[in-house]
Design a protein around this ligand. Structure first.
Ligand code: NDP
Length: 275
């Protein structure tokens, strides 16, 4: 039987690093810590080595299509596929950052939504039968959804929204944010929230698509919120440690063989949440 393999994006620090730590302890297979910066990635591998854990490493910058394609080709060649994919890499601006809102919107949507989508485009075809895909979203996306216009909420909750329509909506948000028109067009005033709405809806679309195209493969795709976690993205007063933030993503990644749910859901504290 081929060696099983798990890949975690953005795992040189924060929740991603904690996910790799937990998978090294709980997953029977190779676990890849990935980082856009090789130096930071190797330092993180060393830190886990000092805890007696043995993650492997591959460079992965989700904003760089060549990096995504190189990594995907590597996993295809070396393992013949991927068993666990955790799209964790993400960014946010500090509340005090003076960067204009339209620029923040473009930069945040590029990494959190478009690059996560690029990862899915190149890695989903590699996910083997029984595979688990976890997209790290946020409760801020769930609360942002409630602030969208009724028309946008209807689309983001609909079962027939396509990936193309979602991409167009996300691009529309950026262009309206740049013109300062996003609020009057029915969007929340938070680019991070919109990016995470995109991540959650994308997960739901991919789950529906895989269930239709590969009905016998039992691949489960879910979005989750790790909770409010003390990392460089969040304030130091956040209640959860990174290891606690890793619990729900790792739970979804290790849903037992034969499980049929949750699939295409938004999950927090190991519970499916309303969307
Ligand atoms: P951190 O800032 O600690 O970690 C973010 C990670 O993503 C880093 O490893 C960073 O790498 C990486 N990253 C950023 N851009 C890219 C890129 N283009 N390619 C590859 N890696 C990249 O934040 P968290 O650990 O808190 O965040 C992890 C995820 O959890 C994010 O998706 C975030 O939105 C989500 N989240 C976090 C919450 C919290 O309270 N902390 C709450 C809800 C969701 P580098 O070191 O090179 O910058």
């Amino acid at each position: 039987m081929s060696t099983k393999v798990a890949v975690v994006s953005g795992s040189n620090k924060g929740i991603g690093l904690a996910i790799v730590r937990a998978l090294c302890k709980q997953f029977k297979g190779d676990v890849y810590l990935t980082s856009r910066d090789v130096g930071r990635g190797e330092e993180a591998v060393k830190a886990l080595n000092s805890e007696g854990l043995k993650p492997k490493f591959h460079q992965l910058d989700i904003n760089d299509l060549n990096s995504i394609k190189t990594a995907a080709a590597y996993f295809k060649e070396k393992y013949g596929g991927v068993d666990i994919l955790i799209n964790n890499a993400g960014i946010a601006f500090k509340a005090s950052d003076p960067t204009p809102f339209g620029v923040q919107a473009e930069v945040i949507l590029k990494t959190n939504f478009l690059a996560t989508r690029d990862m899915s485009t190149h890695f989903l075809p590699l996910v083997r039968a029984g595979g688990r895909v976890v997209n790290v979203s946020s409760m801020i996306g769930a609360s942002g959804l409630k602030q969208c216009s009724p028309e946008l909420q209807q689309r983001f909750r609909s079962e027939d929204i396509t990936e193309d329509e979602l991409v167009v909506l996300m691009q529309r948000f950026v262009s309206e944010a740049k013109k300062g028109e996003h609020i009057q067009r029915g969007w929340p005033d938070m680019a991070y929230a919109v990016s995470k709405i995109g991540v959650t809806v994308l997960s739901m679309i991919h789950a529906r698509r895989l269930s239709k195209e590969r009905p016998n493969d039992g691949v489960l795709v879910n979005a989750c919120c790790p909770g409010w976690v003390r990392t460089d993205i969040a304030a130091p007063g956040a209640p959860k440690s990174p290891d606690e933030g890793a619990i729900t993503p790792v739970y979804l990644a290790l849903l037992p063989p034969g499980a049929v749910e949750p699939n295409g859901k938004y999950v927090s504290d190991k519970e499916v949440q309303p969307w």
